[in-house]
Write a protein that binds this ligand. Sequence first.
Ligand SMILES: Cc1ncc(COP(=O)(O)O)c(C=O)c1O
Length: 393
Amino acid sequence: MSNKSISKSLPFFVDERLDKIYFDTIGQYNTNTHAVIGMSPQKGAVLMQNSDYLSLSEDTYIKSARMEAITGKNKNIAMSGIFLKSESPKSLFEKCFAEYAGMESCILTQSGWSANIGLLQTICAPNTHVYIDTYAHMSLWEGARNAGANIHLFLHNNLPHLRKKIQQYGKGLILVDSVYSTMGTVAPLEAMNEMAKEYNCALVVDESHSLGVFGLNGSGLVDELGLRGEVDFITASLAKSFSYRAGVIFGPQKLEKVLPFYSFPAIFSSTLHTHEIQSLDATLKVIKSADKKRMRLLHYSKKLREGLISIGFKIRSESQIVSLECGDIYNTRRIRDFIEENNVFGCIFCSPAMPKNRNIIRFSVNADMTDQDIELVLDVCKKAFEHPDFYFI
Ligand SMILES: Cc1ncc(COP(=O)(O)O)c(C=O)c1O
């Protein structure tokens, strides 16, 4: 058998579609690569591309717990979680996790994406009114679409607009992120919770970027704001502070009795392995006692935001996610290339994550950064800001 791959011709309608997508996303810009793909960083570069906010990917306790779990005598279950008993490692961990978040029940999922899809499929009957922040994560939008909801968007963090929409259409679900993954803005959760109560709505908060970062022992922004027992549902990706690949849903007791047997991602996609649960258990222990890291993270995030504002950037962030608004894609790419050539790495966010010509370069601060790192980032951003060929919004 030869190793050569065989070039196969596709039916025309599929071929045409792939060509169109290629043209729309890459070809029309006269390049060979998608805008999000930049240079490979060299040793010593400042990396702010991933969401490992507490820098736990190299944590020795977690790594050895993970090794032990993988090499230990665990029967790994390659099957749907629907068959798991209440004494399974997953169920036992879910109890601890629910306690940590201050919620009645917890359901681990394969990803943050499947958490939002699965939750909305379960709690949102077709034609339920859903009020969703313009900047809410795509998985919330997809979850609402998939559930057949009546979707009403409200302007980002705009309470009067949300109120107006609810008054127009009536009770429903309010979907927000606590910390927004693009601009790093923070939802006014206390006021939203009050509004939800006033109009008999349920509030769903995606805490992907605040779980582990805010709140007592990193238990999240909902908890930090004293909204334990107030917010109806919380979801999160565990691919951020937890530095893993999984997701979670928190809600009232009833949810755990229903969702695992109703949501398609829970039924039709295999569940986490036992060694993954053990690894998450070790991570939770580390996160609970990571106050020093959280303080460093907050300190460096503030330093970066304030430094950029004093250079002249318009920074909307109130968190560890800090973005430069760069306008059109040509300008954004050239700025990204410039800062990467100067050893600073962030991520381009463009369509479909951002509206056309509202592209951003996102920096995610992490707890292991140093004063020198932040100074380098500020120095390079200042040069970009003053560069005659670039503009910022
Ligand atoms: C706010 C938010 N929710 C959900 C997700 C999806 O998480 P995952 O990568 O675990 O599927 C992300 C990831 O980008 C996110 O930022």
